[in-house]
Write a protein that binds this ligand. Structure first.
Ligand code: PLP
Ligand code: COI
Length: 366
């Protein structure tokens, strides 16, 4: 089986939003609230491989109630952003890294791998159709959500023989409504996000489903996100429900939990490891215990804590809370090194700094 050549058909939406409607949406998009006029779809079967790539008007998918994904959650997704530069050109940040992560997620979820040229091509085709939706200025962006799911109508438990891949896009401002203000994080002591041998390193919907109850707990305690520990010892810091973690130490070095097999390999995490090195910081990937987080913020060895991810970009963490305690980091404002790293990253993404690592991919010229 070989996949067909990537030549998507295009069916334009006759009911696309008017420029005035779009202006209203783009002025205050929030995160994940509005979707562009089009979407990309393709399907896979064992006989044909990947086939029928197409841009169609955005709209509901009709699913048989016996569609496998609704029962066994064989589903993966990705998240990346398109950025408008000052000169009007539109760019993607490291899309091949997302393509490769989706291929790794496919392997773990027994889904077919989407070739990198299909992944990047599908995103470019959608942005070209919905170019007017890429917000300009203000550190806004177009959040792209590729996803793949088991679309076979069958209740036996085995990998689906019919798979759907889609891409939707949503104009985005800051993920957290308070913008760059440091957030509080809730430590989940009862629930784990993923376990050894599980799906934690894959970007699959099930990981997020299992994070929702502790996330609800976090919200009830006034926290923006939930922090998870490893499932076997409940000792090692893994990540947040939707972001990786970094700790800045008093000597200027930066520590991030090493990839344990149950942590998602964030592309922002990987980029920050490189950029922090460029900025002269020693970066160490190693295990970080929850005791180190608590005692380090108390005795000043840890001076700043931040979360990072495509949606969150770089978000300072003001405190970690748990039943009966709190570990406060910083003075309630974004720390100096957190701010420096955040700027280094977004300046590349928005074309204000030289892309020394060759991370940006043009979608549309100025
Ligand atoms: N960890 C989890 C669980 C996530 O959902 C995300 C977001 O995608 C990340 C980490 C950060 O990954 P990336 O930087 O590739 O967006
Ligand atoms: C992303 O950053 O792309 C994610 O998937 C995280 C999610 C919490 C929106």
């Amino acid at each position: 089986m070989t996949s067909k050549q990537f030549t998507p058909t295009v069916e334009l939406n006759p009911h696309s939003r008017t420029p005035d409607e779009l202006d209203v949406i783009l002025a205050n998009p929030g995160f994940g609230n509005f979707f562009t006029d089009h979407m990309f779809l393709a399907k896979w079967t064992p006989d044909e491989g990947w086939a029928y790539p197409r841009i169609v008007p955005y709209g509901p998918l009709t699913l048989d109630p016996a569609t496998a994904v609704l029962h066994y959650a064989q589903e993966i997704f990705e998240g990346l952003k398109a950025y408008a530069h000052e000169d009007g050109s539109v760019w993607l940040f490291r899309p091949e890294a997302n393509a490769e992560r989706m291929q790794r997620s496919s392997q773990r979820l027994a889904l077919p791998e989407l070739p990198t040229d299909w992944f990047v091509g599908s995103i470019k085709a959608l942005i070209e159709a919905d170019l007017a939706w890429v917000p300009r200025g203000d550190e806004k962006s177009l959040y792209i959500r590729p996803f793949m799911f088991a679309s076979e109508r069958f209740l036996g438990v085995r990998p689906s023989q019919h798979v759907t891949y889609g891409v939707i896009a949503s104009p985005a401002a800051a993920y957290f409504p308070q913008g760059l203000k440091p957030v509080s994080i809730w430590l989940s002591t009862e629930y784990a996000r993923a376990g050894a041998g599980g799906t934690g390193a894959a970007k699959c919907g099930g990981n997020y489903a299992s994070s929702l109850l502790p996330q609800q707990e976090a919200t009830a305690h006034g926290c923006a996100q939930v922090a998870f520990l490893d499932s076997s010892e409940q000792r090692w810091v893994e990540e947040l429900g939707g972001m990786n973690l970094f700790f800045v130490q008093s000597d200027g070095s930066i520590v991030t939990p090493s990839l344990s097999g149950s942590i998602l390999e964030g592309i922002t995490r990987d980029s920050i490891i490189t950029l922090a090195g460029d900025l002269g910081h020693e970066v160490v990937e190693r295990r970080v215990s929850i005791d180190e987080w608590r005692s380090g913020t108390a005795d000043g060895t840890i001076t700043e804590v931040f979360a990072c991810g495509t949606a969150a970009v770089v978000t300072p963490i003001a405190s970690l809370k748990w039943d009966g305690g709190e570990a406060v980091s910083g003075d309630g404002e974004a720390g100096k090194i957190t701010t420096e790293i955040r700027s280094a990253l977004v300046d590349i993404q928005y074309g204000r700094a030289t892309d020394r690592h060759g991370w940006m991919r043009p979608v549309q010229p100025a």
